[in-house]
Ligand binder design. Structure first.
Ligand code: NAP
Ligand code: COA
Length: 273
């Protein structure tokens, strides 16, 4: 396959929830391509570790502690990052929470926790960064999930929240297109070694093999797969792509993704009816 290289020198990239897993991989991709990068998440330890990791790429890196459920704190963080860096060329919103539970035994607060982190959190990130996005020219990337359009057992909260995230993508694409801001969702498939997969995949090598086999490309994804997709969607090469929900999943959402819900329900021995 031909290697693609992207040049983000002189660009400012903010990754909300960018201190581990897929989002950190995306932040790394932009830092490697020459961008100045800011990340935020709740844990001071994770923020410090991500900043140290990203600094190895050689560029400017900022880190902030914040909970995406707290709009006031986000306003402070985005204003501070803007003072340091200037307008944001790329904004990634990827903070999320997940745990498998059947709808008929989930507490209201459990449902609300995921709705608040994934959906309200994405709204807050977009709403309170808007003033600092480059106009025209900025690209917003929301990190969705196959649960947004593939119903899965034990995932009612995540399915509802991520479907909402994708509608936020489409409505903000409509509202912000006229000022030159593109908004798209990237939809990761099963990404090896991530917190999400630790929580959802059946355990052990057999579980990993089952997941890989359920993907038409016959492998789990990598954080680098998502980094490459993010570098593409934010680039001039994707300059006329707006309001799109783009699976980066080897074709998993065409059919195989639903299997994970059935195996979760079976593993938990939990009745879903
Ligand atoms: P992860 O490593 O747990 O990443 C989640 C990030 O969000 C962390 O940096 C976490 O840091 C931060 N975060 C969580 N809650 C937050 C909050 N309330 N406020 C601010 N930051 C918060 O998970 P991942 O598996 O890489 O998933 C990353 C994204 O990809 C998520 O949007 C997920 O839905 C999506 N996705 C993942 C997969 C997969 O295979 N893993 C598949 C499809 C979609 P703190 O704990 O420090 O806050
Ligand atoms: N099964 C059922 N309910 C659960 C649960 C589980 N495994 N984990 C948490 N809950 C419930 C809690 O019991 C609580 O409900 P209750 O008040 O009725 O008891 C509710 O969810 C909120 O839990 P809390 O621990 O207060 O939430 P939090 O805001 O501190 O943390 C989580 C949010 C639960 C999503 C936590 O796992 C998290 O921070 N995750 C981030 C990382 C992640 O999930 N990464 C994968 C992304 S795909």
């Amino acid at each position: 396959m031909t290697e693609c290289t992207f040049d983000y020198r002189g660009c400012n990239v903010f990754v909300a929830g960018g201190t581990s897993g897929i989002n950190l991989g995306i932040a790394r991709g932009f830092a490697r391509a020459g961008a100045s990068v800011a990340v935020l998440s709740r844990s001071r330890e994770k923020v410090d570790s991500a900043v140290a990791d990203l600094q190895q790429q050689g560029g400017r890196v900022l880190g902030y502690t914040a909970d995406v459920r707290d709009g006031e704190r986000l306003q402070e963080v985005f204003a501070a990052a803007h003072r340091e860096l200037g307008s944001f060329d790329v904004l990634v919103s990827g903070a999320a929470g997940n745990f498998p539970t059947a709808a008929n035994s989930m507490s209201s607060n459990a449902f609300k926790a995921v709705m608040d982190i994934d959906l309200l959190g994405t709204f807050n990130v977009l709403r309170y960064s808007y003033a600092y996005l480059r106009k025209p020219g900025a690209c917003v990337i929301n990190i969705s999930a196959p649960q947004a359009f593939v119903p899965m057992e034990m995932q009612a909260h995540v399915c509802a929240a991520k479907a909402g995230v994708d509608m936020l993508t489409r409505t903000t694409a409509l509202e912000w297109g006229p000022v030159g801001i593109r908004v798209n969702s990237l939809v990761p498939g099963p990404i090896a070694g991530t917190e999400g997969m630790k929580r959802l995949a059946p355990p052990g090598p057999a579980g990993a093999a089952m997941i890989a086999d359920s993907v038409p490309l016959k492998r789990q994804g990598t954080t680098e797969d998502l980094a490459q997709a993010a570098l593409f969607i934010a680039s001039r090469a994707a300059g006329y792509i707006n309001g799109v929900i783009l699976p980066v999943d080897g074709g998993w959402s065409l059919g195989g993704a639903g299997e994970i819900g059935r195996s979760l329900a079976a593993l938990a021995g939990q009745g879903v009816r």
